[in-house]
Design a protein around this ligand. Sequence first.
Ligand code: FAD
Length: 323
Amino acid sequence: MSLGTVIVGGGLAAVRTAEQLRRNGFTDPITIVGAEAHPPYDRPPLSKQLLRGEVDSVALKPASFYADNQIALRLGSPVLGVDVSGHTVTLADGDVLGYDQLVIATGLVPRRLPALGDLDGVCVLRSLDDCVALRDRAAGARRAVVIGAGFIGCEVAASLRGLGVQVALVEPQPAPLASVLGEQAGALIARLHRDEGVDVRSGVTVDSVAGVSRVESVTLSDGSVIEADLVVVGIGSRPACDWLAGSDIEVADGVVCDAAERTSAPDVWALGDVACWDGDRVEHWSNVADQARTLVAAMLGAAAPTPGVPYFWSDQYDVKIQC
Ligand code: FAD
């Protein structure tokens, strides 16, 4: 009996892979194992429309999609380990699933600042639960400090302004997004945020956060103190591959893959934000569909598809940035 394909990670990459397998005539079982209790959802609205309360659903697919395509969802229990020679994965609830092919699609884990401790009012944003918690906080907040002016930090700053919260945006680089777009474009982004009333502080880091039980202020490396009842840490993420420790799957800055998304272990593939190819990872939405087409073609022994041109976008206020 075929054990089919097990996809670990219940996000965009998992859904795109399952969808491509069915589209290409794969009839064996497909199981998506997701750590979160939610059915697969889309992340870009978490820093935009969902945070601002403009939409209430971010589901990637209706429930009928999984039933119609015979894709089993195992939600709410992360995979804790993989035995590549035995072709099994072990879930936190104790279940062991066998696989013919394993796809790793576990995405990223947000970085935190240990120096900030666990004061109430300090948030990160990666998951749907993070977004709901941040939105609830923002509803009662007067003044927020967003630490890190990358894409997510800038989008959160814009959304919080839209919700009427005063915002300070703190970035160690000379300008927001300077490391991705360069300093000149970063200066334009800084102006965009200042025009919307954001207090942009570039070239400084956060030294400490103070408060009794909940956050009250943030002290920067230049000695300035900003009052805050909400702090959002947006300093990037790391690949979610702790669960692969001790397996024979090579991990560097992500799961190491070849150009066809094959890992170092037989019958194990990886894609999406967690996958690393030629020393590089791409953390963008559009890239995932391309990777899923490539992976499925290789898994089914078909010709490699022509890759699309990768791009990303970011929405801040009424400005759409696309590169
Ligand atoms: P994810 O979407 O992170 O999915 C991985 C899933 O795996 C998660 O649900 C996680 O819980 C689960 N998982 C982790 N470990 C385990 C385990 N051990 N067992 C089982 N499941 C596990 N890109 C753009 O191009 N434009 C944008 O505007 C944009 N906005 C974004 C806004 C936010 C707030 C975020 C967080 C991302 C944004 N992105 C954007 C990036 C885009 O959403 C990602 O590139 C995309 O989600 C990657 O999909 P993925 O499936 O690889 O990872």
